[in-house]
Design a protein around this ligand. Structure first.
Ligand SMILES: Cc1ncc(COP(=O)(O)O)c(C=O)c1O
Length: 360
């Protein structure tokens, strides 16, 4: 067999959620931070209409979608690039701006795909300590080395669920050398938008990209649409490695209609936050330790890797799948997506029962 390049041979495949329900049990997945409800009815109607033109290639410039996003966020459509999910944009940015002589830096409990993107680019992946699962700008700045080329920060973070204020991101940008590219991944940004701290203006400082996705608040994980605001020179280089025609025509139409129905998306965020806060309060009352969450999931610290394994097993026995977090350096933790009230309540009930049995 022809051998792959050494740095690819040394990689493990990216680990997606293990969803193998026990026989006879329904599968309840609270493991991938998907939305608790489908996309806006307006988006679904738009999809049905767009199907009849599917013999044509999609718009390679995502014109309708870019314009809708630019109107919604009051940003320049020229600075927007869209990806097949924000994973696509993260991967492209790493391929262009990281490599054997340009290392990638991220917080210790960052979204694991940042590491994968660095590995594919054959770049060293460095991490910076966090304070109680909160990104520390001081430790990120302290971890910068002479060959650091790219810094990824998800805000709010996954799997931590925590966030840092815009003033801290601004301090990070100011403290980084101007030649280092800072990528602020706001996959969960819509869940924190009510705080009034949008970061798109940081892009004007140069060498800063802000990315978002339709997979979370818009309930469109299956359509694979992500986007980012880029400085012009960074956008030009990134486009060189992007797959042309990367977003199916139907997905572009659905995303455009979804952006135009902002009220539905905000409603999804409010429903999610209210169920999240109610579940967190119940779990805390039952004795669980949880990080504060600004997202559509909760991070439970079970105190030890063994306890996390036991709680996970109790849930899986009932067909309920959370996500263990050893891949993000948190072996004591389980991440629970806020699903429908029915599925979320069943997870909370099983966890409370497990806790009670464990304490007796
Ligand atoms: C922080 C973060 N970034 C990016 C993504 C990728 O999202 P997508 O490729 O679906 O846009 C996720 C998905 O879970 C995420 O949690």
């Amino acid at each position: 067999m022809t051998l792959p390049q050494t740095h690819i041979a040394q990689m493990s495949p990216y680990a997606l959620a293990d969803l193998s329900a026990p026989r006879g049990k329904p599968l309840i997945s609270l493991s991938q931070n998907e939305s608790l409800r489908p996309p806006s009815p307006m988006a679904i109607e738009a999809a049905a209409r767009a199907m009849s033109t599917s013999m044509l290639y999609p718009d390679p410039d995502w014109t309708g979608l870019r314009n809708a996003l630019a109107d919604r966020h009051e940003i320049d459509p020229e600075g927007i690039l869209c990806g097949s999910g924000s994973l696509d944009l993260i991967g492209c940015l790493a391929r262009v701006f990281a490599g054997p002589e340009r290392a990638v830096l991220a917080p210790a409990h960052a979204y694991p795909f940042f590491r994968t993107a660095a590995q594919v680019a054959n770049a060293r992946f460095d991490t910076a300590r966090e304070e109680d699962t909160v990104v520390s700008v001081d430790s990120l700045l302290g971890a910068v080395r002479s060959d650091t080329g790219l810094v990824f920060v998800a805000n709010p973070g996954n799997p931590t669920g925590t966030r840092i204020p815009k003033s801290e991101l601004s301090r990070l940008r100011e403290g980084l050398r101007p030649d280092i590219l800072l990528v602020i991944d706001e996959a969960y940004g819509e869940f924190a938008d009510h705080l009034g701290e949008r970061c798109f203006d940081l892009v004007q400082r140069g060498n800063t990209v802000v990315s978002r996705t339709f997979s979370k608040a818009y309930g469109m994980a299956g359509f694979r649409v992500g986007w980012g605001l880029f400085p012009p020179a960074i956008a030009t280089e990134t486009r060189k490695v992007m797959n042309p025609n990367n977003i199916p025509a139907v997905a572009q139409v659905v995303a455009t209609a979804a952006v135009q129905d902002a009220a539905y998306m905000r409603d999804t965020c409010e429903m999610t936050a209210s169920l999240r806060d109610k579940s967190a309060a119940e779990l805390r009352k039952a004795g669980f330790d949880l990080s504060p969450s600004f997202t559509n999931f909760l991070l439970l610290n079970l105190g030890s890797a063994e306890k996390a394994r036991q709680a996970d097993e109790a849930l899986r026995a009932e067909g309920v799948f959370l996500r263990p977090q050893s891949g993000a350096g948190l072996p004591n933790a389980l991440r629970m997506t806020i699903g429908s009230s029915e599925t979320t309540d069943s997870a909370v009930t099983i966890l409370k029962q497990w806790k009670q049995e464990e304490q007796t």
